[in-house]
Design a protein around this ligand. Structure first.
Ligand code: DUT
Ligand code: MG
Length: 242
């Protein structure tokens, strides 16, 4: 189908503007609808940079990023935004109500859609407990919500747009292990036909991924399932043990 949500990186090399050396080298992988692809690697390995190329925050120097077989630089940005939701590593809340913040990508969403998204994102109870619910005010930068609440609101915001592709950049790290597990189980149910790419710090977040890409210094050094990597990848073993 034209709107399936197949993501393909083909021999992608990328350097930040003005930088001498690339932060990503020869990255190739495919993520298909129904799959969860996880990216793991030490700080500075290039995980955020890798995600940023799909919504075209930057364009690669070499190679191609394709969405449903079309190079993303041939799609218009509104089209990419409709199909791809990125939950950034430092998710941003702006001054306004929780409702305003959740409708950021889809202004016509109903309250019911917001509550449905909050339920999946494990944010329903803390919003319900607020006196004004969806009309509760968030201060500039979201300083009156905790880090974990902020992450859950930003995950709910992504869910509201019902994209074909989800990019989660370290979106579960501020959650306790139990909330993380509940959230991912709920996500799995509601996004079962979407393409999901997860950057994670915690191994428990990604053990069930269909494929894990181990990124080191801008290169995919190993790939496979958790079980396969435990057998074959010294880099992965180091991360597991750390
Ligand atoms: N970098 C820049 N300019 C930027 C962002 C990053 O030069 O605007 C560099 C810093 C680092 C490399 O790119 O050497 C990769 O950064 P990235 O943020 O992609 O790394 P990460 O894997 O996401 O690290 P972390 O786990 O700390 O989020
Ligand atoms: Mg990062």
């Amino acid at each position: 189908a034209a709107l399936a949500g197949v993501v393909e990186y083909r021999n992608v090399t990328f350097a930040y503007p003005g930088a001498e050396s690339p932060v990503l080298s020869n990255i190739s992988f495919t993520a298909r609808p129904g799959q969860t692809i996880a990216i793991i690697g030490s700080t500075g390995a290039g995980k955020t940079s890798l995600l940023s190329l799909l919504p075209r925050l930057y364009d690669p120097a070499e190679g191609q990023v394709l969405l449903d077989g079309v190079p993303v630089d041939r799609l218009d940005r509104a089209e990419i935004t409709r199909r791809v939701a990125l939950v950034p590593q430092r998710p941003y809340l702006f001054s306004g109500t929780i409702g305003h913040n959740l409708r950021f990508g889809k202004t016509e969403a109903t309250d019911q859609e917001l509550w449905d998204a909050l339920l999946v994102a494990q944010g329903e109870s803390f919003v319900r407990e607020k006196k004004n619910g969806l009309d509760s005010r968030i201060s500039q930068g979201g300083t009156n919500v905790s880090g974990g609440q902020r992450q859950r609101l930003c995950i709910a915001r992504a869910l509201v747009t019902k994209p074909r592709v989800y990019l989660f950049d370290d979106s579960f790290s501020a959650l306790d292990v139990a909330t993380d597990a509940r959230l991912r189980a709920a996500l799995k149910r509601t996004t079962s036909d979407a393409t999901v790419i997860i950057v994670a710090q915690r191994i428990s977040t990604i053990t069930e991924a269909d494929q894990i890409l181990v990124l080191d210094n801008g290169r995919i050094v190993d790939r496979g399932t958790h079980e396969e990597l435990l057998e074959t990848s010294p880099t992965y073993q180091e991360i597991v043990e750390s």
